[in-house]
Design a protein around this ligand. Structure first.
Ligand code: SF4
Length: 135
């Protein structure tokens, strides 16, 4: 059975990057650990063979902090099949007025955003997992 690879960007210093990373950890560690795993974006960017093999030809989901789409572009550049591209900025638009925290710590509102975002991503990962393993 081939797990779906969910890769966050490496945004540092802003809450969007922290939400991207925490959301992926929530998906792979709690919401859908049996069907999703992650890969280190820095290893992919630096050409690590093991990291590249992990995403090459596999169904991947990327979670980027902003429109720069660093994770999506990097996974695609090493042959990962990016089937879904999520952006934290899109998710945060649904929570206008909320204080999610900053680049180092999330507030309770920030964790609520992580929970809701993770649920959406886990649902997409489930669909892709079924397609990859049963279809
Ligand atoms: S997608 Fe945006 S937040 Fe994430 S690493 Fe790139 S520039 Fe930073």
């Amino acid at each position: 059975m081939s797990e779906v690879v969910v890769v966050p960007c490496s945004g540092i210093g802003k809450v969007t990057g922290l939400i991207a990373r925490e959301t992926v950890l929530r998906v792979t560690g709690k919401t859908a650990p049996e069907i999703a795993e992650t890969a280190c974006l820095a290893h992919l960017v630096t050409g690590d063979d093991e990291a590249k093999a992990k995403v090459s030809g596999r169904a991947c989901i990327t979670v980027d902090g902003c429109t720069a789409l660093c994770a999506a572009k990097s996974v695609e550049a090493v042959g990962g099949g990016v089937q879904a591209k999520f952006q934290v900025l899109d998710e945060m638009r649904k929570h206008r007025g909320k204080n999610a925290g900053d680049g180092t710590a999330l507030t309770s509102d920030g964790w609520q955003i992580v929970d809701e975002f993770a649920a959406q991503i886990a649902q997409r990962a489930n669909e892709l997992y079924k397609e990859a393993n049963n279809g």
